[in-house]
Design a protein. Structure first.
Length: 228
């Protein structure tokens, strides 16, 4: 009788142990990587790992032949955060060149030639032009011969003025069609309005005075306030 109970107890313990082992195996199997994952150093078996080296290695170079026609279920990308980007002058120049080539519809070689001509016409203004709005620089570069003609006309109208200094005080005059059209007329009017003033030096330092209408309004206000 006692022997029967002992056998029954032993049988019960064995079954319980088998059940626990089966349950544990089921739990473990839930976390085992399937054959589609990358083997670590070609390791065979249920436990598999993926490494950074495996991710960037071509499938054809993998040691596991099963992976040659399969791609991993992930991919890598990158994101540039403008807030954390250091905008050096070199980076700005390259970015501006890319935009100018696109908007001018020209090659980088042609753009470099235009920039070289611009530097010849306006030597020393490279840093200022790089910091200028791209739209303004685009307009300046779009017609270099017209720019050369404008600079020559400015020198003819104001022979004692430093044209480079005059332009650096207001780059917008290089692309202002009204300034270009009325340059000779405004130069004559300005000399008539200010006979006792060195007009060439005045215009060099303050190109805005060539806007005759605005200058007349300002002089009128000063006269009314008793400051002739």
């Amino acid at each position: 009788m006692i022997s029967s109970f002992q056998n029954l107890y032993r049988f019960s313990r064995e079954n319980r142990a088998n059940d626990c082992a089966l349950l544990n195996n089921k739990k473990r199997n839930k976390f085992i990587f399937k054959p589609k994952s990358y083997n670590y150093e070609g390791t065979e078996g249920p436990v598999q790992k993926a490494t950074i080296e495996k991710v960037f290695k071509l499938d054809s170079e993998s040691k596991d032949g099963r992976l040659k026609d399969e791609s991993p279920p992930w991919n890598f990308g990158w994101q540039m955060n403008e807030r954390n980007t250091v905008w050096t002058d070199d980076l700005k120049s390259r970015l501006i060149k890319t935009v100018l080539c696109r908007d001018l519809g020209t090659s980088e070689k042609d753009l470099d030639e235009r920039l070289s001509l611009l530097d010849t016409l306006l030597p020393g203004l490279g840093d200022q032009l790089v910091k200028a709005p791209p739209k303004l620089l685009l307009q300046i570069l779009s017609d270099i011969p017209a720019l050369a003609e404008l600079l020559l006309n400015i020198k003819l109208q104001f022979p004692k003025a430093d044209v480079l200094s005059l332009v650096s005080n207001d780059l917008n005059i290089l692309v202002d069609p009204t300034f270009r059209r009325d340059l000779a007329k405004n130069a004559t009017s300005l000399r008539a309005m200010l006979p006792d003033v060195d007009v060439d030096t005045f215009v060099e330092n303050f190109p805005c005075v060539l806007d005759i209408q605005s200058l007349e309004n300002a002089l009128e206000v000063m006269e009314n306030e008793g400051n002739p």
